[in-house]
Design a protein around this ligand. Structure first.
Ligand SMILES: C[S@@+](CC[C@H](N)C(=O)[O-])C[C@H]1O[C@@H](n2cnc3c(N)ncnc32)[C@H](O)[C@@H]1O
Length: 391
C-alpha cells in the first residue's frame, strides 16, 4: 500500500474515532482507546500504536488551529510533537524539512505559514501559579512525560541491577528516583516486584515536606490508592497512620498496594471532608496531616492531553472552593504547631497559593514553606506543595 493511501486511511480512522470520542464527554482517552480497539479487532498491534500516537498528538495541540480540518490539525500536531511523520510530510510538504528543528523554530515556522498560534496551545495561562515558565510549561505538554519509579529503602541496588540486566535504559534522578521511557513493561521483571513504587517525580518530592517523627500519629486525609502514605511510611515507618478517602473502592486499591508493600499496621476510614468529620473522628488530633486534595489535575495534562481541549475553565473556582472547605475541615483534627501538608497536582494559582492565602486569612494556619514543583523541566508532572502550621 502506498504511504499516501495508508496516511489517508489513518486520517479517516482518526476522524471516525474523534466522532465516537466526542459522544463520551469526560471519558479518559486511554480508557476510550481500549474500548475502541476492542470494537475494531481487525486492527493489528502496529495499527493501534500508530493510531494512539496520532490521536495523542492531536490532543496535545489543545485548541490551536481549531478552524482547520482534522487532517491539517493532525499534520500540525505531528509536526510539533515528532521528528518524523508521514502525515506531516504529506500535508505540510513545504514545512517538513523543519521537522527535526527545536520547538521554538517549529512554532515560528507554523505561525508564519498556517493558522496555528502558540498561545492557543494552553489557553489558561492567566491562571498559572507564580514561577511557572509559560513557554517551557507549554512546550512540555507536547511530549509524553516519563514513567517514574521510587526505589524502596533497601532495594536500590537490586532494582538497578535488574534494570541493567534486562537492558532497560533509565535515568537516575536522585538516590531513590528513576525515570524510564513511558511504556517500559516493569511488571515483566518479576524479581523487582514490591521493591519499587510507580510514582511521579514531583509526587516523590512532596515527601521532603513531611518530616514526621517516630511514634507520631499522621492522617492521610485524601489517601486515594495510598501513594503519599507509602512515601511517608518508607521514610518514617514508625508513625501511626490513619488513611481515609471519600471513595471506598479506591481504599480497596490502597489495601492491595499496602499488602504488596508489606504494610499491615494502619487504620482506615471512609470520610467525606466536606461533611462534619468529628462525627466519625470525634476529637482525635494528629501530629501531621497530608491533604493531597482533589483538583483540576492541570499539572498532569501531559499524560492526559485530551483535558486541554475539553477543560471547563469555570471548574477551577469549583475545585478551589472544595479545597478551602476540606483543608479547613481537616485542620480541626490537627494539633497546634503541627503541619498540614497541602498538595495538589494543579498548576493553577486559585488551587495553590490562593487556597493557602485564604487559610492564612482565616487565621487557621501559618505558611512555613510552599513550592510549585516544576515537573515540566524533568518530563514529569507538575505539582504544588505547602507546609502549613496550625495556629
Ligand atoms: C489527588 S487524589 C489522592 C491521591 C493519593 N493521595 C495518592 O498519592 O495516590 C485526591 C483524592 O481525594 C478524594 N476526595 C475527593 N473528594 C473528597 C472529599 N470530599 N473527602 C475526602 N476525599 C475526597 C478522591 O477520591 C481522591 O482519591
Amino acid at each position: 500500500m502506498s504511504t499516501e493511501k495508508r496516511v489517508g486511511q489513518q486520517i479517516q480512522l482518526i476522524e471516525r474515532l474523534l466522532v465516537e470520542y466526542n459522544r463520551e464527554p469526560g471519558m479518559p482517552l486511554a480508557r476510550f482507546l481500549t474500548g475502541f480497539y476492542k470494537r475494531n479487532r481487525q486492527m493489528g498491534a502496529k495499527d493501534r500504536r500508530a493510531i494512539s500516537r496520532l490521536v495523542y498528538h492531536y490532543f496535545r495541540i489543545g485548541k490551536a488551529a481549531k478552524l482547520e480540518g482534522t487532517a491539517m490539525r493532525l499534520a500540525i500536531a505531528e509536526f510539533l510533537c515528532s521528528d518524523e511523520s508521514p502525515v506531516a510530510q504529506l500535508m505540510l510538504p513545504a514545512l517538513y524539512p523543519h521537522i527535526r528543528e527545536g520547538i521554538a523554530e517549529k512554532i515560528a515556522v507554523l505561525e508564519a505559514n498556517t493558522t496555528f498560534r502558540a498561545e492557543e496551545l494552553f489557553p489558561f495561562h492567566r491562571h498559572l501559579s507564580a514561577g511557572i515558565d509559560h513557554g517551557a510549561f507549554t512546550a512540555a505538554l507536547l511530549a509524553q512525560p516519563d514513567l517514574f519509579i521510587r526505589l524502596r529503602p533497601g532495594h536500590v541496588a537490586a532494582v538497578i541491577t535488574a534494570l541493567t540486566d534486562a537492558g532497560i535504559s533509565y535515568r537516575l534522578l536522585d538516590a531513590y528516583t528513576i525515570a524510564l521511557p513511558n511504556r517500559t513493561a516493569l511488571d515483566q521483571i518479576s524479581s523487582i516486584a514490591g521493591k519499587y513504587e510507580i510514582q511521579d517525580y514531583s509526587s516523590q518530592q512532596t515527601g521532603g515536606y513531611f518530616d514526621a517523627s517516630p511514634g507520631e500519629s499522621w492522617w492521610d486525609a485524601c489517601a486515594g490508592a495510598g501513594g503519599k502514605s507509602l512515601l511517608l511510611l518508607d521514610t518514617a515507618p514508625e508513625v501511626n497512620l490513619l488513611v481515609s478517602d471519600i471513595r471506598r473502592s479506591i481504599l480497596r486499591n490502597l489495601d492491595e498496594r499496602f499488602e504488596a508493600a508489606g504494610v499491615r499496621k494502619y487504620r482506615q476510614k471512609v470520610l467525606d471532608l466536606t461533611k462534619d468529620t468529628t462525627v466519625i473522628l470525634g476529637s482525635e488530633q494528629f501530629d501531621g496531616i497530608i491533604l493531597d486534595a482533589p483538583c483540576t489535575g492541570s499539572g498532569t495534562w501531559g499524560r492526559t492531553p485530551e483535558m486541554i481541549a475539553t477543560f471547563d475553565e469555570d471548574s477551577i473556582q469549583h475545585f478551589a472552593a472544595i479545597q478551602r472547605q476540606i483543608a479547613t475541615q481537616a485542620t480541626i483534627h490537627l494539633k497546634r504547631g503541627q503541619p498540614l501538608i497541602y498538595i495538589t497536582c494543579s498548576v493553577f494559582s486559585e488551587e495553590n497559593e490562593q487556597v493557602v492565602a485564604s487559610l492564612q486569612d482565616l487565621g487557621v494556619v501559618e505558611l512555613e514553606q510552599m513550592e510549585l514543583l516544576q515537573g515540566y523541566r524533568h518530563r514529569a508532572d507538575s505539582m504544588f506543595v505547602a507546609r502549613l502550621i496550625k495556629c
